[in-house]
Structure formats: C-alpha cells, structure tokens
Design a protein around this ligand. Sequence first.
Ligand code: ADP
Ligand code: ADP
Length: 227
Amino acid sequence: DPALALRTVSKSYGDTPAVCELDLAVEAGEIVALIGPSGCGKSTLLRLVAGLERPDAGEVRVGDATVAGRGAWVPPEKRRVGLVFQEHALFPHLTVGDNIRFGLAGVARAEQDARVRKVLELVHLPHTVDRYPHELSGGEQQRIALARSLAPRPEVVLLDEPFSSLDESLRARVRTDTVDALRATGTTAILVTHDQTEALTVGDRIGVMRAGVVEQLGTPAEVFERP
Ligand code: ADP
Ligand code: ADP
C-alpha cells in the first residue's frame, strides 16, 4: 500500500475550485517534489493531507488509515503527518529541546529525551538543545523545524517551500541535511517548491500540478527530459 493516497479528492473555497478530482499515491520512503504555478492547488493539497481542510469529495489515506472521506474524519493532531513551513514557526519562548518535546505529549519523559537527542543528531545540531530559536541562524532554525516534525515518527512529512526564506549560501546545506534526515528515518515526504532545480535535486518523483490536479507524475527524467 502507498504511505499516502488521495483518491478523486475535490475541494473548493466558495466558487473557487482549488483541487479537482485529484489522484496521488506516494510510496513509503519516497520523496515527491510538487511543482506548478501559483494558485494551482499545491498548498490546498498539503492542507487536505494535514487535516487543515476537509475535502468536499474523495478520500485521503495516510498509511492504512482513511483520515478523510467515506464518513471518516481524523483531526490534524491525530494524523501521523508532520509539517515544515517556510517560516520555521518554532515557539520563541521555548528552547530547542522543549520545542521538539511539544509534539511528544503522552510519550514518557525518558523516551522524549531519547527522541530529542536522536532527531537533533539527524540534523547535526545536538549542541543546540538548550538554546532558544533567536540564538540560531535561519538555516539552523529550519533544520530544527524538520527535527521537530520527525520526532513523533510521522508516516508522512509535508514541506511547503522549506528553503525559500534561506540565503542561497545556506540553502544547499539545509536541503542536503533535510534529504539525508528523511532518508535515514525512511520518512515519506511531499515537498512543495517553485524551483525546478530543487525539485530535480530532492525528488524521487516530481509531481506537476495544474488547475487542481497532478497533471504529470514521474521521475525527473520522465518529467523533464521527455520531448
Ligand atoms: P498554490 O499553493 O498552488 O499557490 P492554493 O492551494 O493556495 O495554490 O490555491 C488554490 C486556489 O484556491 C487558488 O485559486 C486560490 O486563490 C484559492 N484559495 C486558496 N485558499 C483559499 C482560501 N482560504 N479562500 C479562498 N480561496 C482560496
Ligand atoms: P525500518 O527500516 O526498520 O522500517 P525505520 O525506517 O522506521 O526502520 O527507521 C530507521 C531508524 O530510524 C530506526 O532506528 C528508527 O528508530 C529511526 N526512526 C524512524 N523514524 C524516525 C523519526 N521520525 N525520528 C527519529 N528516528 C526515527
């Protein structure tokens, strides 16, 4: 079974269709890079998977669970879905360690500490555990945001333009660390980007969206090199 599937999912905002009978299946451990013009529905797709929007029709599955559709509704906090946005959105008044623990309510304290250590090692920032976000660079904050998203061991991580607020000089490092951490944990991911080169670099497959559907889905060679 795919780790994530959307089946004929539709979502409109009033009279504005955002996603139209969209189908997408992402295999376990795969990174799909999603590209397409502004307004084609990329953010809406992520919001539907995260549970921040309800589909008007169709079905969303995460792992073995139907999280939306067919009468099912799993709220965002109960979905095994992690989120990383452009603006890292760490809590400024919490240390890095406490930012990561925030998503681990209900996990025993010793296990929380082990997870915090593990995810900070994954992004090569173990020494930042007691620091506050403002003491870190933008690139470091973005890597912490990724670490935080991985700590609950989500089935899928959704990354919305995760590198676009970073300087060009930082971007390559953060991108490499992000891909390495996703690979090391075997985490399935969808990464939205407006940058075709980035899509080529990070995506096992590339999804090209247009007008509310995934118009093309294939390897970088299939998507970019076909006549
Ligand atoms: P993208 O992320 O590809 O730019 P979006 O998913 O944000 O696309 O938007 C898809 C369509 O839905 C656009 O026409 C957009 O204007 C519209 N839309 C998105 N969010 C809202 C909203 N909250 N209210 C009304 N229209 C929206
Ligand atoms: P397997 O290959 O046995 O299915 P996983 O791919 O789930 O194992 O995980 C590989 C390693 O990464 C394991 O040590 C696991 O505990 C760890 N791991 C998996 N997901 C996460 C995560 N989100 N954060 C931190 N560690 C993780």
